[in-house]
Design a protein around this ligand. Sequence first.
Ligand code: GLN
Length: 496
Amino acid sequence: MAKSGHEIRNAIARKQMSAVEVVEAALAHAQALEPQLHAYIRLIPERALAKARAIDEQIKSGEALGPLAGVPVAVKDIFCVAGEITTAGSKILENFRAPYSATVVDKLDNAGAVIIGKTNMDEFAMGSSCENSAFGPTRNPWDLEGVPGGSSGGSASTVGASTVPIGLGTDTGGSIREPASFCNIVGVKPTYGRVSRYGMIAFASSLDQAGPMTGDVFDAAQTLSVIAGHDPMDSTSVDMPVPDYAAALRTDLRGVRVGIVSEFETEIAKNDPGMAALYKAAYADLERLGARLVDVRLPHARYGLATYYLIAPAECSSNLARYDGARYGRRVDGDGDVFTMFERTRAEGFGDEVKRRIILGTYALSAGYYDAYYVRAQKIRTLIKQDFDAAFESCDVIACPSVSTPAFELGAKTQDPVAMYLMDYFTIPMSLAGVPALSVPAGYVNDLPVGLQIVARPFEEATMLGIAHAYEQSTHHAQARTSQVAMLSSAGRTGS
Ligand code: GLN
């Protein structure tokens, strides 16, 4: 199914196909690819088909259709869907059935979208490769020996394989943008506060944001308009009108000042000459479309990683304290002693990376170390935010790499946590600053896809998406090649 969400919706509205047909095809495609990709923790065919039938009824009775009517969508297993198992990629929530739906899930439902399954992810969204899932790793549709990125790897993989046009992910330090880059799709991390976090399992609450992962910028824009907005259930969601992002898309960049970050350019040049050449070409494309390139500086961005790895674990150690066997999910018997129960439940329920973060975060918050670590990290976070404010005085958006490499091989970084953390070098500063950022396909290095990151001022998602759209429409990188999984399925190897 290579169609975009808006094409599917319009075909259904024109009765060229039924929602049930579309959803059955998406479910069959997902099932056929599961042995190769393992993009899903669970498909939810019953819920999906019931929803598709309801859409077909709506069409029959001539009712107005939502903007995503009949469009199959996949959501990361971090979002609660009422009545469905929601695991966050963890054994500790293996059998946890959500009692209510996340606000973004309700919003998708109301727009007519059909959720076909819950996608795989690094446990509690901690990771950059999807290998920290308690349910086994997901693979990259462009390289079946490669990782899809993480932590929203399942959504990236299934959208990258064209099973569904739209996925939902979350991004705390790069978890939408990095997998989008690896899987040749568009991934948007909105401004902190633009999208409700209600019903989204918390990792680091001052950083977590939900966002669309899609085959093209138009679908990303439309999906963001659907999921954004104030929610009384999330006090950090901002009460500002939600623009029609799709209506604001543009096809040229005349009058736009694009900031190029000197520190990042030095960093990427040190890495791989292929990557540096690709970004040079991408910036030249922006110029060709009418943009003016200006040099900007983010002098504190290089402290981003260290800052993030104090703040995020600190928040995670607090958020994950609730999984103790008493209230949620898994419980391991404590032979009559409640503390033994807590200990055993957490020892068996959490994976290694989650434990590492809880220990790190507890340490950073402990009396005596709080000022030295947590408070200083918060101060540097402010400096990073001020760097962005200063940069945006001389430019409208920033363009930079999404990740320093294309997808790496499964297992390549599992023994080296710091090498894994480094994958978010270019995405973490934006998360700490709370500014919106997206990744859009920018070409191929060693035959693997790579994304261009576009960053905007707070709540200027419309500007950011408009620029990404102009770039996408003049380059068509996502369509330039065929993914490995598509080649295999056309050769009949996946049975689809
Ligand atoms: N890779 C980063 C981490 O492991 C970011 C994860 C995320 O954005 N959820 O924390």
